[in-house]
Each structure stands twice: as C-alpha cells, then as structure tokens.
Design a protein around this ligand. Structure first.
Ligand SMILES: NC(=O)c1ccc[n+]([C@@H]2O[C@H](COP(=O)([O-])OP(=O)(O)OC[C@H]3O[C@@H](n4cnc5c(N)ncnc54)[C@H](OP(=O)(O)O)[C@@H]3O)[C@@H](O)[C@H]2O)c1
Length: 278
C-alpha cells in the first residue's frame, strides 16, 4: 500500500516490467484543440504523468501538442491510446497505429489498447499489437472492455497476456469476477468512468466525503486505488483535475471500502462488451 502514497509517478509494475502511474487524466469527450491542450497541460502542471486518449476520441493531435509544449520530458510521460473498432484486424491495425502515432507526434506510445473486443476481429488485432511491441513502437500492450472469455481467447492464441484491461468500474459496477480473474492472471485492471460520468450524488459517497473531509470524487477514486485498480478520471477544469489528484493523503477503512463495494448494481453507464454494435 505504501506505493499508494506516492502521487503521480509511483504505480503498479505491469506484467512486462513497466511501471504505470496509478492516476491518469482521461480525455474522452474533451474537444481537440484548446480544450484538450488546456486539460493536458493543467494536469501535467499539477503533476499527472499519465494521459488516456484513443483514436476514437478525435483529440490525439491536441494531446500531442500539449505533450510537446508541457515542458516535461517525453520519457517522464505515460501516453495511452487505442485502436478504434472500424480499424481492427491485423494490417488495418498496423496502419491505424501509424496514423495515431503521427497525430500524437510521438516516436513511441507507452500503452496501446484494443478499444473493444470486436467479434471476429479482436484476435487478429491482438497479433498486430504484439508485432508493434516487437518493433519497439509501443512499450506495452493491453486491452479494454474485455470480459474473461475474450481475455482467455487472446492468451490461448498468442501466449501473450495483456498488461492492462481498461473497463468500466465504479461502485455501481464493481466487476468482482473480472477483477479476481485479472488479479490471478497478473493483468492490471484500469477503471474507466470511475466518477460514474459525474453521477456522484450517492448518499454513501456524500456521507464518506463529510466523514473523511474529502469530496465524493476523491472518495471514489481512492476506493479504486485501495483495490489495486488504476484510475483515469476526466475533467476539463483545472480545479477538478487538481481535486481528483487529492487521493494520496488519506486511507479509507476496510469497512468503508466494503460498504462502497456493496453498492454494486451491475449498472453500466456505457455499452455492454458482450452486446455492442459499433
Ligand atoms: N476504454 C473505454 O471504452 C472507455 C470508455 C469511457 C471512458 N474511457 C476513459 O476513461 C476516462 C474517464 O471516464 P469518463 O470520461 O467516461 O467519465 P468520468 O471520469 O467518470 O467522469 C467525467 C465527468 O465527471 C465530471 N467531473 C470530473 N471531476 C469531477 C469532480 N471532481 N467532481 C464532480 N464532477 C467531476 C466531468 O466534468 P468536467 O469535465 O466538466 O469537469 C465529466 O462530466 C475517459 O475520459 C477516457 O479516457 C474509456
């Protein structure tokens, strides 16, 4: 748990030996241009070193500009992007990666993810990611929105485990079986929509916020860390980006961690990985 006291740079060691920060900035629905440049620069100034984008967010160019202008050396940053669904397949993923890399203006990407397990495609996409890693263009490779059966398929095919599975994860969707499987396999879980897309008005969150002298957002993000889950809250506001990083100076009791877990309703704000059509 001591690592959890180290803001921004301390983080779990992934199954390929790379260290990834516990906390990153998400930029889904952050507009390309001024908005994303401001969000990323604010985050880096506050101390964030990890940024989570995707080809599908249409803001890789702005993220890249912010990286170049933020004043922190490239090697100190941890940049994630993802291959979008229409680009999946072996050759098309290699091409899509090159487009992302050029938009970001980077020599390499720290973490490249399969955004969704597109039926009939994701197993070939995984092979392309393995190739990109061998070429040194991507430091680490992982997946997003994979259920246990998707994970088993790519591991059986290739013998290569993803380092990360980035999934929807919050007190209303606690993903117990998936979390257990990923822990057993040494696959790091990473929470998307950790703030339930802003739906922070749950009475227990409010109560814990008052008791710990923290905000509901900080309570839920700290809850991620104490379960060993990486978290990537999104905000376009510098003051909220700062607030969301105020999670390394307090500890929730085991009972409170459990009480939050018991809010689970298997409720998704986003699509179901076993039933989507995009
Ligand atoms: N792999 C995937 O399929 C996938 C899917 C979804 C998301 N993601 C990733 O996960 C990241 C986070 O998820 P998300 O963007 O869906 O939602 P989120 O982080 O759960 O919530 C973001 C929302 O909460 C608001 N907010 C931020 N900080 C707040 C605070 N301290 N207090 C109150 N409200 C706050 C934001 O508004 P303001 O911006 O106005 O502050 C925004 O409306 C994304 O940005 C993306 O990088 C990945």
């Amino acid at each position: 748990m001591s690592q959890l006291q180290a803001p921004f740079t301390g983080g779990p060691t992934l199954n390929d030996g790379v260290t990834m920060p516990w906390l990153g900035l998400g930029v889904w629905q952050t507009k390309d241009g001024e908005e994303v440049i401001h969000a990323v620069k604010s985050a880096v100034e506050i101390g964030y070193r990890s940024i989570d984008t995707a080809a599908g967010y249409n803001n890789e160019e702005g993220v890249g500009q912010a990286i170049r202008e933020c004043g922190v050396p490239r090697e100190e940053l941890f940049i994630t992007t993802k291959v979008r669904n229409p680009d999946q397949g072996y050759e098309s993923t290699l091409q899509a990666f090159e487009v992302s890399r050029r938009k970001l203006g980077l020599d390499y990407v720290d973490l490249y993810l399969i955004h969704w397990p597109v039926k009939g495609k994701y197993r070939e996409t995984w092979k392309a990611l393995i190739h990109l890693q061998k070429e040194g263009l991507v430091k680490s490779i992982g997946v997003s929105n994979f259920q246990i059966h998707h994970l088993k398929n790519i591991i059986d095919d290739s013998g290569v485990k993803p380092v990360v599975n980035q999934v929807e994860f919050h007190p209303l969707l606690t993903q117990r079986d998936l979390l257990k499987y990923c822990r057993e396999q040494g696959i790091q879980l990473e929470a998307w929509s950790p703030l339930m897309q802003g739906h922070l008005d749950l009475p227990l969150l409010q109560e814990l916020a008052a008791r710990y002298g923290k905000t509901p957002a900080q309570i839920v993000l700290r809850w991620d860390l104490q379960q060993g889950v990486i978290t990537i809250p999104k905000s376009v506001h510098a003051e909220r980006i700062r607030e969301n990083a105020g999670i390394f100076d307090f500890t929730l009791s085991d009972d409170d961690v459990k009480a939050l877990e018991e809010l689970n309703q298997n409720h998704r704000f986003g699509p179901d990985p076993d039933n989507f059509n995009f």
